[in-house]
Design a protein around this ligand. Sequence first.
Ligand SMILES: [Mg+2]
Length: 433
Amino acid sequence: MILLVDMDAFFASVEQAHHPHLRGKAIIVCGDPSRRGVVTAASYEARPFGVRAGMPLAEAKRLCPHAEYVEGNPRKYVEKSLELLEMFLTITPDVEPFSVDEAFLDLRRLPGRGQTMESARAIARELQDRILATHGLGASIGIGPNKLIAKMASGVQKPRGLTALTEHEFRGVFWPQEVQALWGVGPKMSEHLNALGIPTVSALANAPVDLLKRQFGLVGEHLREAAWGHDQTPVIPYHEGLDPKSMGHEVTLPEDCRDPEFLEGTLLRLSDQVARRLRSDGFRGRTVTVKLRDFRFRTVTRQRAMATAIDDHANLFEVARLLWRENWKGEPLRLLGVSVSALVHADQEQLELFTGDERGKVLQEALDRVRDKLGEASVVPAGSLAHRRSLRHVPFGAAKRGREHGEGYAEGADPSAPDPTQLKPRPRPRDDA
Ligand SMILES: [Mg+2]
């Protein structure tokens, strides 16, 4: 089940929560009440008078002369929005903020809870109570088997509504309604559909696919599915929607190590992993950071900024090795890490910087394709092989593509795990474990 939490008259309610004398009153949030402008938000007390967001202030004043005007404070609303987000994240990690006052919560990964309509209802009711108790704000929640139904259900009953719809119930509620009631159908599209003899959601659901495809292409097909209550769009968790600030890998060595060749091989391997992740996620970075932790758990991080953003292991390794050589005094090391920050989208970088190394780029892409297909172990930098042999472990596990790229060895063989072919001392815990 998926929830869509929609805050009731959000800006106006935040003002009422902050200023007790405004509670229970018709209030209008606007830019600057002394100047001409439009209504940003109206409290539920003002709405029966016909006041709506986007309406000129002059008209609102005429409709609801007794309303109080409050100058909006966008920063306050964003802060409140983030506080609410934190609360949602205590329920499930799968939270997608949809607007400043709306968020999707995917309950499908919650073990045991959130699978049925009844448990989802209980979670939603609890959440409404918490929002009211903690923030003094009302919320309407829609529940459905997908985002489309959750979103549309949230609008069925407001304020403080709680509406859960199955696919079947969705059709019962929305099929008789005008086609514009469907999420994604705006005034233009609805006009177009009306002209084609499709006035209602049910007419859209039963319209010939060919006709819709001819008129609207892929969108037409999608809208027809939506009319049936079908939707496959994933909830994209908050943290995955944001650009990363850095990308890195670190590894706790199998045993404290002062062998320069081994350490250098490890740096090369880490550089290769980070570079590969940069490329697969479409980033380049300008700042390289190396992290060294010695046997006493003393940690040093050193970084160097470069003129050009990079995404290849050779350049990354060169800088990482330099930093390591400058900062390692020969003490046994327990952990090594390499990361790249000051990231830019690869396609934003000026390409002429790389024209000098066209062959290298082609080679890199070819190697990436090989590894996409055959796994990370299929091609590795030669310099990282020496310690691979000496330790008898495979430094790269089979490739797991997509969002699985984690820190350290999340995607591959963990060097701290015992080698099944060999009796070894007890594995040591990873530092981040
Ligand atoms: Mg709202």
